[in-house]
Design a protein around this ligand. Sequence first.
Ligand SMILES: [Mn+2]
Length: 275
Amino acid sequence: MKLSLVISLQPTSFEALAFKGKKGEWLDPILKKMKELGFEGVELALANPLEINQTRVLKIVNKYGLEVPAIGTGQAYLRDKLSFLNSDEAIRKRAVERIKRDVDFAKLFGGKVIIGLIRGKIGKRLDKAKATNYFVESMKACADYALEKNLNLVIEPINRYETDFINRAEEAIELINLIGVENVRLLLDTFHMNIEETSIEHTLETSKPYLSHVHVADSNRWAPGCGHLDFESIVRTLEKIGYRGYLSAEILPLPDQLQAAQKTTSFFMGISERL
Ligand SMILES: [Mn+2]
């Protein structure tokens, strides 16, 4: 199982990131450390790919021979308030344009583009039917664009405390079928599944035909091994369903950044020795 770590290329209010961007030369030493720890990939989260030096990021990623399995886009919602469910059509269009720029950025690495918090919330202004229409319309536009570039979009169910739209795998799968473009797939995150799903293992099995990316964090969103999820059983289930993608750790930087990253690789190396 290949391991990756989610980091942010820009400063952000989102907490579950081992490392966050800051001014100056910070990316090179972090990727160097990740490579030393045994990560094969780095998942890059950011607010707007047009605000960063993409060539420089590509150069540093290549220098350490890391893959970029996915691009995280939630900061466009948290910072810039863009979403597919905004009742203002102009904002929905800007959200679609932002995802298209994320697709361009992801194309540099061949990674998937994550549809997480950018989907927005139903809230009090919308109902579920209208939200579904808005979401499907925006997703079709983004998926057609990504299909031309041969890239996948992955929808991530997120727990009820962070969003009121798409909390469970079953809901995402229903929408994937409604969107009906072949490059729209599923991302499952063990932290959200622990809150929302009846059984993590059963959900992984029933999601098999759709599953294309996996986020890992323990029950407390610390590094795997620091909470009470049964990762040995989770990894065994992923192997059983033939999942060949990344386990990408989206975790709080606790007890500190370096230890969170270290614990992730040492924990999964221990599991693969035992299985
Ligand atoms: Mn996640």
